[in-house]
Every structure is written in structure tokens, then in C-alpha cells.
Design a binder for this molecule. Sequence first.
Ligand code: IMP
Ligand code: MG
Length: 188
Amino acid sequence: MDSFTNDSSTMKQIRDKHFVPYITSDKITERIKALAAQINEDYKGKNPLLIGVLNGAFMFVGELFKHLEIDCEITFIRVSSYHSTESSGQVKQIIGLKESIQGRPCIIVEDIVDTGLTMQEVLGQLASQKPDSLKIMTLLHKPDALKVPLKVDYVGFEIENRFVVGYGLDYDGLGRNLDGIYVLRSDS
Ligand code: IMP
Ligand code: MG
């Protein structure tokens, strides 16, 4: 095997695109433990409801949940607004929330906040159900891509405005199973 084929051992090809390592799984786990410690502190005795946004957040919220030591519950919603590597800017309805969130402390858990349009919509729809409090947690945040004012309460990593995959995030349905985060190679 040619050892000079530009880090082919770590580079990932997904369909037509090439991705290179960006955040290692060890770093992700370490950061999630720190976020969990923060939630353990901030929500002691409050029994928060974590609302994971499918599909992207499943791995993040699963790992986070393992490290929560307080009483807490979990549910999932689905909302899809993203096609291929560009945000469509079209946000759909929230589906899947069966339980009442009225009067409950809630934390929305997302994989990534990009333009912020999805989160703004989700936030508005959930707020209308009068939770006790409603906070936002995201594994990744691209501050330079934000198109709407949005206060993100808990951020795993602030990243550049580049397309990433792995740890639940996909490119055209693939790449979610990668255990680290990979970024689209700039020459792709
Ligand atoms: P927003 O509405 O632009 O903030 O986008 C939110 C959704 O788009 C996220 O929940 C992701 O599903 C998807 N998304 C945004 N940026 C990326 C990315 O870099 N890789 C994969 N999916 C992304
Ligand atoms: Mg998502």
C-alpha cells in the first residue's frame, strides 16, 4: 500500500466527498462528560426532560444521558430541514412529542446549530406549550453560520463554518456511524 496517499488511513470517503479527522472520539467523550457534570449541577432536584432531536442527536444524547446522575427523563422529536450539504432553510413541524412539557424544565438536545433556523422553530413551538424552562444544548455550534439571534445555553464545541459528519451527523444519510467528527476536505 502506498503510504503517501494523503492520509488515506484516516480520510473517509462518503459518496463523492472526502472528509478528514476534525474532533476525535476521545475529545468528544471528554467534553460530553463535562456537559453532563454541568447538567448534574444546574438541574439537581429538578427532574429535567431531555428532548433529543432525531436523527442527528441520537449518539450525543445517548452518551450524555449515561453520565447524568440526577433524576431525569428523555424523549425524542423529529424535524428535518437539511438536504445534502446546504441548508434548505425550510423547516417542518415537530413530530413525535407525546408527553406534556407544561411546567417542566426542558433541555432540547441537538447535534448541531448551523443557521439556527431549525432551533428557532423548535424553540417557538415548544415554548408555546409553556414549559417551566427551556434551554438549548448542542454538541456543535457554527457561530459564523447563524442567521437568527439565538442563545445557545450549552455548547460542546464551537466550530468553523464548514460541513462536518460523524457522531450522528450525516452527509446524504451516511457517516452517522463514525465515532469522531470529520470535516469536508477543502478541495472537495
Ligand atoms: P440549521 O437549521 O441550519 O441550524 O441546521 C440544523 C440541522 O442541519 C442540524 O440539525 C443538522 O441536521 C443539519 N446540519 C447543519 N450543519 C450540518 C453539518 O455540517 N453536517 C451535517 N448536518 C448539518
Ligand atoms: Mg439535527
